[in-house]
Design a protein around this ligand. Structure first.
Ligand SMILES: [Zn+2]
Length: 73
């Protein structure tokens, strides 16, 4: 079974976690503990599992990055 990993779009780190929930909503603020980037997700939550280095590399290579962000690199 395949799942998903949440990555920081600024620094690429997977050290992203929910910082807080907007009270009374389905909106969570997520924060990267490596660079401090924050953003909001709505209607989803996160679950933690251990994955090995190979799985993490595969997830990083498969991550979705919008074309307008990619073309800046
Ligand atoms: Zn980051």
């Amino acid at each position: 079974m395949k799942g998903a990993v949440l990555f920081c779009l600024r620094c690429g780190s997977e050290t992203v976690d929910i910082n807080h929930w907007e009270v009374g909503t389905k909106v969570a603020e997520v924060r990267c503990s490596k660079c401090g980037m924050t953003g909001f997700i709505s209607g989803f939550t996160l679950g933690r599992i251990e994955i090995n280095d190979h799985q993490m590399t595969e997830a990083k290579m498969d991550r979705a990055i919008p074309w307008w962000f990619r073309e800046r690199d």
